[in-house]
Design a protein around this ligand. Sequence first.
Ligand SMILES: [Zn+2]
Length: 287
Amino acid sequence: MWIKGATVSQLRFRRLYPPASAPRGPVLWVLLRGADVLISDDRRVLHPGTSDDPGGIAVAERLLLGALEDTPVLAGGLDPEAPIPPGFQAVGLRTLLAEAEPQAASLAVYAAQLVRWQQIGRYCPSCGQPATPIEGTWGRACPSCGYSSYPPVSPAVIVLVHDGDRALLTSKPGWGKRYSLVAGFVEPGETLEECVVREVREEVGVEVSELSYVGSQPWPFPNQIMIGFLARYAGGEIAIDTAELADARWFERTALPELPPPYTISRQIIELWRRRGPAPADPRAAG
Ligand SMILES: [Zn+2]
């Protein structure tokens, strides 16, 4: 269940929603302590137990996430001040994303977001009354004003701007020599495509066209979904938004700078572009 161990990713995970409950019998637990995930000393993310006992560890919050094939998977939230149980260590989600097997990491991300939701979603954000669960979902409805809310997911676009054999990469203050992609949150009333065009214009001052969707990645810091695009440079000179960026510049495909780590969607988009070569429709490449 860790990158060097058995492969959770080969198993089918099916989500379940309240009021579903785990039958008696063996289950797997994802254990959270504050913002950290508890992994065993042999670096497992999922810990065997029963539905009412995660191996003798006291949990303040327990949630049924779903089933891995036929085995229920529960999230257990420890008291954030509780001591780390013997045989475990607490690691951040970034470490998990970097090192854990993808499905084990995504279960931990899901568990962390839902345990957090139990804390932040308790009261109606509109009128402050205690909210009650909406059956069949993780949502909560307010019996007083009727407002309903769900675990927050904030969409953000991330885009590689390319121009033949070069890509426009950006660096933020504090990143040193590392460069990544233009990224930003989707505004209300905006399409993803409009967001890509706007973010590129605002951050680096250039125009883009011919957008293509690449893929997405949940990014739980705290609750983004990063939606990845490629976009062709369509004019303008680089003019950076100095409130956000330290630098932005063109890099040749064969001379890319220090890049984000491999588990990030930004790196995966850059690698996709690097492997692909110039897009066939690119007149510069054709000519
Ligand atoms: Zn309300």
